[in-house]
Design a protein around this ligand. Sequence first.
Ligand code: ADP
Ligand code: ZN
Length: 604
Amino acid sequence: MTSAQHILKHTFGYDRFRPPQDDIINAVVNGQDALVLMPTGGGKSLCYQIPALVRPGCGVVISPLIALMQDQVSALRQLGVKAAFLNSTLEPGQVAQIEQDLLQGQLDLLYIAPERLTQARSIELLQRAPISLFAIDEAHCVSQWGHDFRADYLQLSLLHQQFPSIPRIALTATADERTRKEIIHRLDLDSADQFIAGFDRPNIRYRISLKQNAKQQLLGFLKEEHPTDAGIVYCLSRKKTEDIAFWLQEQGFNALPYHAGLDARIRADYQSRFLREDSVIMVATVAFGMGIDKPDVRFVAHLDMPKTVEAYYQETGRAGRDGSPSNAWMVYGLQDVIKLRQMVESSDGSEEHKRAERHRLNAMLGLCEITSCRRQSLLKYFGDILEQPCGNCDSCLEPVDTWDGTEAVRKALSAVYRTEQRFGVNHLIDVLRGGEGEKIYQFDHHRLATYGLGKDLDANQWRSVFRQLVARGYLRVDMDRFGALRLEEQCRPLLRGEETIQLRRDVPKKAGKQTTKTSLPADINVALWEALRERRRELAEDQGVPPYVIFHDRTLQEMCVALPQNLAQFGRLTGVGERKLDKYGADFIQVIENHLAEQPASTA
Ligand code: ADP
Ligand code: ZN
């Protein structure tokens, strides 16, 4: 038997475990059941892959996402691991071969879909084969309350009954207590060891800024920070995904639209291009993402605000699974606040349901408006405490000013009150600024006491005030009168002058002034980086696998810095195990040598 540490280094090319990987692996190697909660990108796969290699027999991995099995198996084969999958895409001859390999103990890992595993025929096959463990991936699919519920998962309790002596490890990135309890209950995991890692994603940089000209802001962000990276741009509507994708194409980006209204074949094609090509930007509705296991998504951009913090965290969490620096970038503004408030109010459903929705939206709006560390606030929402500000979000990197908005807010609220709570933001601003709009005279609003009282702020500053008042629940959007703002009970102390209020000072970002680049570390030579990526792309194409299966970005970046010129040096890079060293070492060393030869002597 080879030790876990040895396999980590020699097969996977990693120096050390990320806690609590080592404890989990120990438990499973020793035959113990385990429940693992770890964030996306935390390194869940190793927790069952290594025990499967250490223990005799084949590890059976139950995974709901057939589309992913192929890539997972390709990645393992690149490492020299004997892996296979059984699903509906295989020919009968291929199935027979895999079954035979399994029975003869020729497989280390077998991926299988839940609906297939639970068939009597499969159970009977597994009973005749040497099995080292069962890994139940995406275990939250067993939860009937969750969005990813899969009825087949309920059947998985049969594993415990049919194979009582084989350890089971259930894994998920879904945090909440109720889901965890349900997994334990439904999968008979009462005696499993529980491993709960923190939910922080330290390599993701969170930024939320004021929406001004969203398209230009997005363009600036992409040009400055991700000119050739893969990423996802989320939009609310199908039409918008198409508009933005075509517009980005015109700007020279490799962008594709994705939404549930596209033909299934086109969707599958775009998805596979996203996975296989190096720098595709997917402009998508939330229909895109579930089960996308691409580790080198360098950014997730939101042009529209998600409705809940859960959704925001899940969507942004698709960035940077490989652990390299990545961006979660969002622009949002008054219209987003109004639109989402309206969506909640006009949704059908009980008053109780609406109250819950309102509560969740408030938390999301709070995250947008917060002036302290975003990560602390995000993690707190999920019950994790981060003691210190993170240093890797916009609030930490470019602290936000606040100002005493008490006077302005009183004027704003009084304008709402005196116009009888019947008007939207634009007209209210017109009243405050003493404007000459048609409605002013139509409704005699030039005679109001508040008319022209707010000339000290410009229209954008007033929009900022109103946005914050709606976001923080002082004003409500009236559903019966489209967009009209109404006072909420909590305004009273402000109007009576019994309370003061601090507001966020929105500073328009100047184009070109970006202090927070994450695209490539400064010590990396772009020409070499591109040459290494090109070589990786060719190698991937030859074998019909995604480029990250050859090497992750991080390994290429380490090459740029370490400039290995022999195999011994090359073997020390993160992610280079014995198999990949043999297979690719010489190729990439050649690229590095060519690059060095072209450099002037002084910089080489
Ligand atoms: P998850 O399934 O939890 O989302 P993965 O298992 O895909 O995460 O791992 C995320 C990334 O981290 C992968 O690129 C993986 O190779 C890498 N990784 C996992 N464990 C380690 C480790 N101990 N050292 C270095 N990299 C690791
Ligand atoms: Zn922070």
